[in-house]
Design a protein around this ligand. Sequence first.
Ligand SMILES: [Ca+2]
Length: 359
Amino acid sequence: MCQIPRMSLTQPLRLLLTAVLAQTATAPSAPAQQAAPVIAAPTPDEAAFPGYLQLLAARARAEGVSEATIQRMIAGLTPNPRVVALDRSQPGTSTTSAPPPFSPYLRTHVDPSRINGGRAMRGTLGDVLPQIEQRYGVPVPILLAIWGHETNYGRYTGDFDLARSLATLAFEGRRRELFADEFIALLKMVDHGVPRERLYGSWAGAFGNPQFLPSVYLRLAQDGDGDGDADIWHSKPDTLASIANYFRDSGWRPGQPWGVRASVPAALERAQFMPRLESPVCARVHARFARWKSVAEWKALGIVPQAPIGDQVMASLFEPDGPGTPAYLLTGNYKVILEYNCSNYYALSVGLLADEIAR
Ligand SMILES: [Ca+2]
């Protein structure tokens, strides 16, 4: 997924991280990892690492982490040069080149394997799925599509030691505060009883079936099967309830689609609908949508939705590969998918995969 346009470093941490993580944790064979040769990136001033760990330890102590957890988690920790190399191989964010086309991306991410995997999962989970949908108000196919995108339904969750990865990324300094916070959150997870042997994941610190960061886990992970443990590593109900909780927390509106395919008159003058204001978050992603109008207003302009959507729903027109190619009316729920990973490639393929799983 290395071709995906990157986000600005000024965006909210959650968006930044989910984008980084989702693109790297999807599969060991993902292009992001293949295209990230582990060059001999020198770890910055490695001799200073033990001293830096003591700073992290002091901060953890001040935030109430137990001494036993602190000592256990920093004992023997060394910087991971592979993590530094992977972090430095991330594409820059200032490119002005045109984004690559969507259709090849969609072909490889809304593929028979993910579609059938989602349908099979739906078939095996029985009553628990309607219960989760009822409780959180997020459709099951959307939850499955996220899971399918993040880790191919749990097949690839990453084997990097999370404490080592997060301490390395904090030490390296490019996003020090962000990763220092996540390192402390990881220690809090241990204090809350999460077993050490579960603390493996992507090089950038996300873990489990939904690829949550430690701070997200602490805030939003759920115990979907009622055994008292929010086990997003092994429990399918816990995984899906946790994703659903993330979506509810991000403002998913029950009863609205993420978007619908739409036909657009060839003569539509698109320039007049382009946004006047720059989005405060994830600007490059949002800059590609048309202005928001009600579905009724879009219909009055000759645009015809290809699936049911209420006339009063606010929507934006999106033609990812330009006029004459597939077009979509996107709702506010599409923006919720972007909260999980702020990439149009990701959000559109999650929406379309969910539609296929639901068929
Ligand atoms: Ca559980």
